[in-house]
Design a binder for this molecule. Structure first.
Ligand code: SF4
Ligand code: SF4
Length: 133
């Protein structure tokens, strides 16, 4: 198969697995402000109600069942979901360590494995730039 763009290497299967466990979803200050506005609460209330701490960083609380507090069959804050959720699996770390891609693919059935690293890095860079635009 000719690999031309992100659709050739990733297609989300909507399985919800990335909203489960995964060591926490970080929320940036920008994420916090956007989600709080969407929920019509203050950023402080958002942090109190929906975040836990991982070191000094805010992460979304996990429910007792292990899923993200905003997961209910699908993402209930989809239009404003955190950068980390929007970016997946096109993460900056892949630019430095493209071998991480296949390891990530073990937990995400939407990702295709064994993509030549040069092409993989080009696509990841394109996706990062799109998200920053
Ligand atoms: S684990 Fe992968 S395929 Fe499943 S919902 Fe998350 S991104 Fe989509
Ligand atoms: S914010 Fe949405 S996409 Fe991100 S982990 Fe929570 S439910 Fe999943």
């Amino acid at each position: 198969m000719l690999i031309k763009n992100s659709n050739n290497i990733f297609e989300c299967q909507q399985c919800g697995k990335c909203c489960f466990g995964f060591g926490g979803t970080y929320v940036t200050k920008k994420d916090i402000n956007k989600i709080a506005e969407y929920l019509n609460i203050t950023p402080g209330s958002f942090i109190n109600q929906f975040c836990d701490k991982s070191g000094t960083k805010n992460i979304l609380t996990q429910k007792k069942n292990g899923f993200c507090i905003f997961f209910d069959k699908n993402c209930t804050i989809h239009p404003v979901k955190p950068y980390m959720c929007k970016a997946w699996p096109f993460l900056k770390t892949i630019l430095k360590n493209p071998e991480n891609w296949d390891a990530m693919a073990n937990s995400c059935k939407g990702m295709k494995k064994q993509i030549p690293h040069k092409i993989l890095k080009q696509i990841v860079l394109m996706e990062i730039q799109k998200l920053m635009a």
